[in-house]
Design a protein. Structure first.
Length: 401
């Protein structure tokens, strides 16, 4: 192992991963940071327990969404004062899309790809039905997005890295092309933030959203983030005019006045305990170069693809072959993919399944190395060769796949 390998793997001991488990699902839910338990206990005992309501002032709870937002912003190439944390990703999609539509009031088409994550499309449908002004959500295949751009489109809303295949858009080029038609652009960074260098400010996109429980390891239900381009933070109109997005929340005015800058994109009370866990997770990123993370992720995923294709010919690569065109996950297709994933989990190799036939595996170099990859493939080969997946116990569907 060379010097760079040691550098990028040195964080493994900072995660609480069960002994013997090969965890290849950090693209869905990141593992528990060792420091998070103590940080949450401190929030519970020393802040909530001892300070009670004084914690809003004395423990800095009220400022956390913006302070943590700046830390997340540093990982996605956003300047200070352009990212804020809170609520769920669904809420942040709604906020961004509503604000974007308001910037293009004479246009009626929201363009997305047909493979986008369902919640983004669901939120768009709900918003367009609510405002009831004749808008249309138009979805096309990913390869047809560019040809669908025109001056009738109000908003382009895409996920940077596809949740099923890991296929990755060229963010800067596609944003520039959309904006040449006067289209407002929203990027969902759920499968990008913490997996690779993201340069959201450089892309010039107006908005971005994302979650923090995947590659950022904030924990289940960790708050989402929203980015607003710096020249828009003081003028963007928040559709969800929540109390904490008000210019003076404790003036208790009857009418809403949007807060200054990114603060106006806050909605409800911040999830303080979840923010504490996320802060501990973000400490792990101190001193980490995302370019190193990306390089190691590609090396690990390339090794995985090579070994799986050599040992498991029944499986078909469902991710782009070129590593420059995919994120930090690799997907293989198999008709009984769900059963294969369950058989892997029974052997302590954790990936996940996405309908109709996709097996997903995430490669997060903070805690994954070559030994993990080779052991995982060895177990996968055994499951495929011996048809272990054909056992009825592995075909029984659980609520979460």
């Amino acid at each position: 192992m060379n010097k760079r390998d040691r550098k990028t793997n040195m964080k493994k001991d900072q995660f609480n991963i069960p002994e013997g488990m090969i965890y290849l699902d950090g693209n869905s839910l990141g593992p528990l940071p060792v420091a998070a338990s103590a940080r949450v206990q401190k929030t519970l005992q020393d802040e909530w327990g001892k300070l009670l309501i004084k914690g809003w002032n004395e423990a800095g709870w009220m400022q956390q969404p913006s302070g943590v937002g700046d830390r997340v912003g540093a990982l996605i190439g956003a300047p200070k004062g352009t990212v804020v944390l809170g609520d769920t990703l669904s809420i942040k999609v709604y906020q961004a899309l509503a604000a974007a539509l308001n910037m293009n009031p004479d246009r009626r088409i929201v363009l997305s790809d047909s493979g986008n994550f369902p919640t983004d499309l669901y939120m768009a449908e709900g918003l367009l039905d609510t405002i009831d002004k004749g808008h249309e959500l138009k979805t096309v295949a990913s390869q047809d997005i560019e040809s669908a751009l025109n001056e009738d489109v109000a908003v382009l809303m895409l996920t940077h890295v596809d949740y099923r295949s890991g296929r990755m858009y060229d963010m800067e080029r596609l944003t520039a092309k959309a904006q040449s038609f006067g289209i407002v652009v929203i990027w969902d960074l759920a499968h990008s933030a913490g997996a690779m260098p993201v340069k959201i400010e450089k892309s010039n996109a107006e908005f971005a959203v994302g979650c923090t429980y995947k590659y950022l390891n904030g924990g289940p239900g960790a708050p989402a983030f929203i980015y607003v381009r710096s020249d828009l933070t003081d003028t963007v109109q928040p559709a969800l005019s929540g109390w904490l997005g008000h210019s003076a929340p404790f003036a208790f005015e009857q009418k809403y006045r949007a807060g200054a800058g990114i603060e106006r994109m806050r909605v409800g009370t911040p999830p303080i305990i979840q923010l504490a866990s996320l802060e501990a997770a973000l400490d792990i990123w101190d001193g980490v170069d995302l370019n190193d993370i990306r390089e190691r992720s590609i090396a690990l995923s390339e090794l995985f693809i090579k070994e799986v294709e050599a040992r498991c010919p029944q499986l078909k690569l469902a991710s782009p072959r070129d590593p420059k065109e995919r994120g930090s996950q690799v997907s293989f297709a198999f008709e009984e993919g769900y059963a294969v994933v369950q058989a892997l989990i029974a052997r302590d190799v954790v990936g996940d399944f996405r309908a109709p036939n996709i097996m997903r595996f995430g490669f997060t170099p903070l805690f994954i190395d070559e030994d993990y990859v080779l052991k995982a493939v060895q177990i996968l080969e055994d499951i495929m060769t011996q048809s272990v997946w054909d056992n009825p116990q592995f075909k029984k569907r659980s609520a979460v796949t």
